[in-house]
Design a protein around this ligand. Structure first.
Ligand SMILES: Cc1cc2nc3c(=O)[nH]c(=O)nc-3n(C[C@H](O)[C@H](O)[C@H](O)COP(=O)(O)OP(=O)(O)OC[C@H]3O[C@@H](n4cnc5c(N)ncnc54)[C@H](O)[C@@H]3O)c2cc1C
Length: 340
């Protein structure tokens, strides 16, 4: 275990911001935490957990200790005729895991291909895309307490999964390090494709459903994502910057009177979800620049580091977007990205 002082997190955030942390340590085993805690200076500082920084906006240098889990083992822990249960280290890249399961012919993770970040963050964020969420396949989450290294295991029902959230993002944020995650996946002959997301179904409509394989779904998701989503290796970003806001039926009735072409999705509880990208676009903000940051002119939900932007510039741009959307629609856009 190597403790690095005044360490740049630029390789560990997808906005590619050159922000320093006072101390940086990679955790590979339970005893690493216990060893670190014996250092009185480190133990007295605040600690925070990061993964690949693909949902973070770092606006200033960080005081204290930043830890990152690098445990990467993947092993089958149980198997029956229909299912396989795999335990995966938090340090594995999410997309590498999806690729591995698809190559094995297992169903479950294929709709979540190409989501950046680590396996450790997947239950924290309950990542989701194309009609699937990480929680659909997670059966257990194994954690380490970052104060005393104690192990704690959570069953699916303990995780309080919700839309892009879980108990690990609420009560236990920066307290429990997700160390490994167990997934239950369906074997090839027992699974079936998840085509609830209409554009995915459409893209595969030439093939009879019975002939679809996890790899075909995976390839199609990768292709759609590559066409739509800016590559953070070329231009720094953290995915969708804002959550899609939800308004009640009364407010929606007012909105549709003023904006008859408004896009929306009626939810089961009678409220309406409105695409944040549409609100930003209608507010005339698509392509808006602020210093070295911009709202993507391809997909308005993405804020971009055009090169050399400071985190504070991106945060200011986010505030401008919030103000303008609020001014035009009376709707507050809540960031999905975690601002530190
Ligand atoms: C181009 C792009 C596209 C994206 N598309 C999607 C998408 O389709 N769907 C989606 O859901 N998300 C998407 N995201 C967001 C992002 O990929 C996910 O939120 C991802 O899970 C973050 O993983 P990370 O390892 O980078 O975590 P980080 O961003 O480093 O951290 C996120 C949070 O998780 C916590 N955390 C990280 N690792 C651990 C751990 N081991 N133990 C405990 N806590 C931990 C951190 O403290 C922080 O609170 C996208 C991002 C980008 C850049």
């Amino acid at each position: 275990m190597h403790i690095q002082a005044n360490y740049s997190l630029q390789p560990h955030n997808t906005f590619k911001l050159d922000v320093k942390t006072q101390y940086y340590v990679e955790i590979n085993r339970q005893s690493d935490i216990l060893t670190l805690r014996t250092d009185i200076k480190l133990a007295s500082l605040p600690w925070r957990i990061i993964g690949d920084g693909s949902n973070l906006l770092l606006t200033h240098d960080l005081e204290g200790v930043t830890i990152r889990c690098t445990y990467k083992q993947i092993k089958i822990v149980k198997e029956d005729g229909d299912n396989v249960w795999i335990s995966v280290g938090a340090g594995v890249k999410w997309h590498d895991l999806v690729t591995h399961t698809v190559e094995k012919g297992w169903w479950g993770l294929e709709n979540l291909a190409l989501i950046p970040g680590t396996v450790g963050a997947a239950p924290v964020q309950n990542i989701g895309a194309y009609g699937a969420e990480a929680q659909d396949s997670i059966t257990r989450v194994h954690t380490l307490n970052i104060y005393d290294g104690q192990r704690q295991e959570f069953r699916h029902s303990d995780c309080q999964f919700g839309y892009r959230t879980s108990i690990f993002k609420q009560e236990f944020i920066n307290k429990l390090l997700v160390y490994r995650v167990t997934f239950q996946l369906r074997k090839y002959h027992k699974g079936k494709p998840n085509l609830v997301y209409a554009p995915l179904k459409q893209a595969l409509s030439e093939h009879p459903v019975s002939e679809l394989t996890p790899k075909m779904i995976y390839d199609t998701v990768v292709q759609i994502r590559q066409e739509r989503i800016p590559d953070y290796n070329k231009v720094g970003n953290a995915g969708s910057f804002f959550k899609n806001p939800i308004v009640d039926a009364e407010y929606f009735a007012n909105l549709i009177e003023k904006h008859p072409d408004i896009l929306s999705h009626k939810m089961l509880d009678g409220n309406y979800k409105i695409p944040a990208a549409w609100l930003i676009e209608q507010s005339g903000l698509k392509g808006k620049f602020h210093g070295h940051a911009a709202v993507s002119n391809k997909h308005a939900l993405f804020l971009l580091n055009l090169g050399g932007a400071k985190g504070s510039e991106i945060e200011e741009l986010a505030h401008m977007v919030q103000e303008e959307v609020n001014h035009q629609f009376g709707i507050h856009l809540e960031p999905e990205v975690i601002i530190l």
